[in-house]
Design a protein around this ligand. Structure first.
Ligand SMILES: [Zn+2]
Length: 183
């Protein structure tokens, strides 16, 4: 019984937080079923809709770095501050075809970022990014996980917080394209 229960909680993809038992894990995704004016967007967001997935977890659960598939080198911290509540944005260089593209991963609505985490810090697999919370999303404790790819020629390090999620600079991606599968 225990074994099968455990197996049932395993996720297909490696995710920054473990699955929560007895609850639908991914509580929301893209609002593709809604007309434009009903799609969620932050007050300062230029992007249409909800660009990520919301992963329910308990407050204070560590959020851990997941290196992306075909990542080149280590991930580094691009932003720590207010974006979707308290957020940590990591940068990942990913080999695609003959080139390398820049991706960012947004970890949003954190209770707080990991202590001492600052822009430029390197994060290895499993390194703590922050802790699950409901900042900017009062009463709904979850991790907002969003993967975005920088548009060609855009230098991520030059972008301000708001620009990180501007469609002119970066585009939301299906995380399944870049998250590694669980072994
Ligand atoms: Zn969300």
């Amino acid at each position: 019984m225990l074994r099968s229960a455990k197996r049932g909680r395993r996720t297909k993809y490696q995710l920054p937080v473990p699955p929560l038992p007895q609850q639908s894990f991914v509580t929301s995704g893209y609002d593709l079923d809604l007309p434009d004016d009903e799609q969620r967007r932050g007050a300062d967001m230029k992007a249409v809709g909800h660009g990520g997935v919301d992963l329910a977890q308990k407050r204070g659960t560590p959020v851990r770095l997941v290196p992306l598939e075909h990542q080149v080198g280590d991930a580094d911290v691009l932003f720590v501050g207010k974006l979707f509540g308290n957020s940590v944005v990591t940068h990942h260089a990913v080999r695609e075809g003959s080139g390398v593209r820049d991706y960012l991963v947004i970890h949003g609505h954190l209770e707080k970022p990991a202590t001492g985490l600052a822009r430029g810090a390197t994060l290895l697999a499993g390194g703590v990014v922050g802790f699950v919370g409901d900042s900017g999303s009062p009463g709904v404790v979850h991790l907002h996980l969003e993967v975005r790819r920088a548009r060609e020629g855009v230098s991520l390090s030059a972008l301000g917080a708001g620009e990180l999620v501007q469609n002119a600079k970066t585009v939301a991606c299906d995380p399944r394209n870049v998250l590694p599968l669980n072994p």
